[in-house]
Design a protein around this ligand. Structure first.
Ligand code: GAL
Length: 689
């Protein structure tokens, strides 16, 4: 089902990348340290370094005055020890001379306040000057290093994000709108529900981006602004890569994506489903708060797995872990160190879900400024003996045993659909519970039962092909365009199983509600019409009975008018007592399920357990185990690479029902395998065993 992956997506590298952000520009007056770095890199079993990320003021200390010699030396020295380079473009932060001379590069915030020079990740994406300057710099980098044998990839800028509201951006937004609405202001007013609060525009010039001191109640405007910000960011990125594509067409390009750390939900401000189309390789920066005091290790592991499966599925190919910490970060409220073993386990989890790298922020701890206490491979002690360094070296040694895993994927029969636009629109909606919408978290809840049973899942977006999947789970898809509805209908008609829930298919792509009940195609495929959605207080009690079990209702309960669907579960209380809450319906060759209420964890387990049996969805490496153990597989041509991971604080035993080879020790294993707290074992099972 999945296209066979070619190993060439990281040019010239068919091994697992191990290394990270290296900022030698902070140490140029310490040649002793730079030479220690080279020795330590070998001791740490690292092989790849991202350089130049924030190096602009060193590369171009004055306008038009360039200084590349230090970078030549760094790249050459790394290459001499067999290392590889991911070369960054430095646009994530700019030199002070530029902000001073060309203030248009500085951002203006939503309240229309122009920002001062400082920080990073804060340039105007529209600024012609910044676009010109970045292209100039990128051309010089590509010309100078494009043919260097160490270069394996481009790292464009750093963690694109944020928005600018300056006059140039306002103009660009209006141009974007004219283009979208074919110069038809009436079409825009109609889409934005203009007459509401007298918001009809009589001239394009009256339109401004949303602002806390201005317009923020027009949902169509908010949604279009978010889309514009994504498009403008991509446009800036596309401008950055012009010289790079021209000079080094064979070197792949990435930029590092992000996630929200605490909930491990996708980064919210940019629509990565659009951005990913312009990248060769997805990479992301993962900083889960391991050992936190609000959830189990296994719960956090499930959430990491979810987002990995989303970012892997964006291109249906392996991704790169571009940044992680070997120990702790400096920006959580409590910056807890990874306990012994956790670094290997958390790194291998990324590999298990499709990463072809383990990379760090950063190689060497800074001496000054805000990141001087952020974890790094080399600490201020400059030692290779400390615990963190040793754990990094261990990861390196393990990765050296895994070249066969590079380029392999994780075919799946199940997909869960995530949509950035729908999330924006739902969060914007003045309705439901203001704190309880939690769309990405809801998706995690639907992902959990599959993760617990080791069944691989793709987390896909609405434009991706649905046809490879037996089961498509589409919870809380508030915004559904006619096109998405038609695609879902075709999926079911062709034999697919489709699950949706409360608060789905409420508005179209303009954030306008559907009229006359649920969309007729949704009514047809689900055999029902959702009539009302009740929002519950935390103390409200209601239950749904399903298969003779009782499950707790939280936050949302939809009252359904069944019209052909079979009632599978009913409410136990309130004025909708005995009314349908969960239904199923056959439509053409397929079948649909509607879950009308937000139900507890056990419901999801039981509900999906039935579907899993019926559809014969299986773990690739089926082994019984206790909760908190996760077994994830990457599939090569002739063998499965199996990651057996203990995300608990207790010893666990799993029983292997076939012979496998330990990929690290080479031992042949069968029968009982004991895993200590946080232990991971990686085994190879050849096909046909
Ligand atoms: C990332 C960023 C890095 C570093 C890191 C610290 O978001 O890309 O440059 O600041 O956070 O955790």
């Amino acid at each position: 089902m999945m296209s066979k992956h070619e190993k060439t997506y990281v040019a010239k590298a068919d091994f697992m990348l191990h290394g990270g952000d290296y900022n030698p520009d902070q140490w140029l007056d310490r040649p002793d340290i730079l030479s220690d770095d080279i020795k330590l890199m070998q001791l740490a079993h690292t092989n790849t370094f991202s350089v130049g990320i924030f190096a602009w003021s060193t590369l171009e200390p004055e306008e038009g005055v360039y200084n590349f010699e230090w970078l030549d030396n760094i790249i050459d020295n790394i290459y001499k020890i067999g290392g590889r380079i991911i070369l960054a473009t430095p646009s994530g932060a700019r030199p002070a001379w530029m902000s001073e001379k060309y203030p248009e590069v500085l951002r203006v915030n939503g309240s229309r306040v122009k920002q001062l020079h400082g920080g990073r990740h804060n340039h105007c994406f529209t600024s012609g000057v910044y676009r010109e300057k970045t292209q100039q710099m990128n051309r010089l980098l590509a010309e100078r290093y494009g043919n260097h044998p160490a270069l394996v990839m481009w790292h464009i800028s750093n963690e694109y994000g944020g928005e600018c509201h300056c006059d140039q951006c306002q103009e660009a937004f209006r141009t974007w709108l004219k283009d979208k609405y074919n110069n038809d202001l009436k079409a825009l007013n109609d889409s934005w529900w203009g007459p509401f609060w007298s918001h009809t525009f009589s001239d394009w010039s009256q339109i401004e981006s949303p602002s806390p001191i201005g317009e923020n109640a027009v949902h169509g405007l908010n949604l279009d602004w978010r889309r514009f910000v994504t498009d403008q960011t991509i446009d800036f990125y596309k401008n950055e890569i012009v010289p790079i594509r021209e000079i080094t067409p064979e070197i792949p390009i990435t930029t590092n994506f992000m996630a929200d750390t605490f909930d491990l939900i996708p980064f919210q401000s940019l629509d990565y489903s659009k951005f990913s189309k312009h990248l060769d390789v997805i990479s992301w920066d993962a900083y889960p708060a391991w050992h936190n005091d609000w959830e189990s290790t296994a719960n956090l592991a499930m959430k990491v797995a979810f987002i990995d499966d989303l970012y892997r599925s964006l291109k249906q190919q392996p991704f790169l872990l571009m940044e992680s910490t070997p120990s702790l970060v400096n920006w959580h409220e409590v910056n807890k160190a990874k306990r012994p073993g956790m670094h290997l386990l958390s790194s291998m989890q990324m590999i298990a879900h499709g990463s072809d790298s383990v990379m760090y922020f950063q190689w060497r701890k800074s001496r000054g400024s805000s990141e001087k206490f952020h974890g790094a491979v080399v600490d201020h002690d400059n030692s290779s003996e400390n615990r963190v360094f040793q754990e990094v070296a261990k990861v390196g040694q393990v990765l050296e045993k895994l070249p066969k895993v590079v380029g392999t994927n994780r075919p799946s029969d199940v997909a869960i659909l995530y949509d950035w636009e729908s999330n924006w629109a739902l969060n914007d909606a003045q309705g439901y519970g203001l704190e309880t919408k939690q769309y990405p978290q809801t998706l995690q809840e639907h992902y959990r039962p599959f993760w617990e049973k080791d069944i691989p899942v793709d987390v896909i977006t609405k434009e991706q092909d649905f046809s490879p999947y037996k089961l498509l789970v589409v919870p809380m898809l508030y915004l559904m365009s006619e096109e998405t509805i038609a695609r879902l209908k075709a999926f079911v008609a062709n034999g697919g199983r489709l699950v949706t829930t409360y608060i789905s298919g409420v508005v179209n792509e303009y954030d306008l509600t559907y009229l006359g009940g649920w969309h007729k195609d949704l009514q047809e495929i689900f055999g029902l019409n959702p009539l009302e959605t009740d929002t519950l207080y935390p103390k409200d009690e209601n239950y749904v009975t399903f298969n003779n079990q009782k499950y707790l209702v939280k936050d949302y309960a939809t009252i359904i008018d069944v019209n052909g669907a079979i009632t599978e579960g009913t409410y136990l209380q309130d004025f909708y007592k005995s009314k349908p809450a969960v239904t199923s319906h056959s439509h053409e060759k397929g079948k649909t399920y509607y879950i009308g209420a937000r139900l507890d964890e056990q419901f999801h387990r039981d509900f999906y357990s039935d579907l899993i049996s019926e559809l014969e969805l299986k773990a690739i490496f089926p082994v019984k185990h206790s909760p908190g153990v996760s077994i994830q597989v990457r599939q090569g041509e002739d063998a499965d690479y199996v990651f057996i991971m203990n995300f608990t604080e207790e010893q666990q035993v799993v029983v292997l029902d076939s012979e496998v080879t330990d990929m690290v020790t080479g031992e042949i294993l069968s029968g009982e395998m004991t895993l200590d707290q946080y232990e991971v074992r990686i085994v190879e099972k050849s096909r046909g065993n």
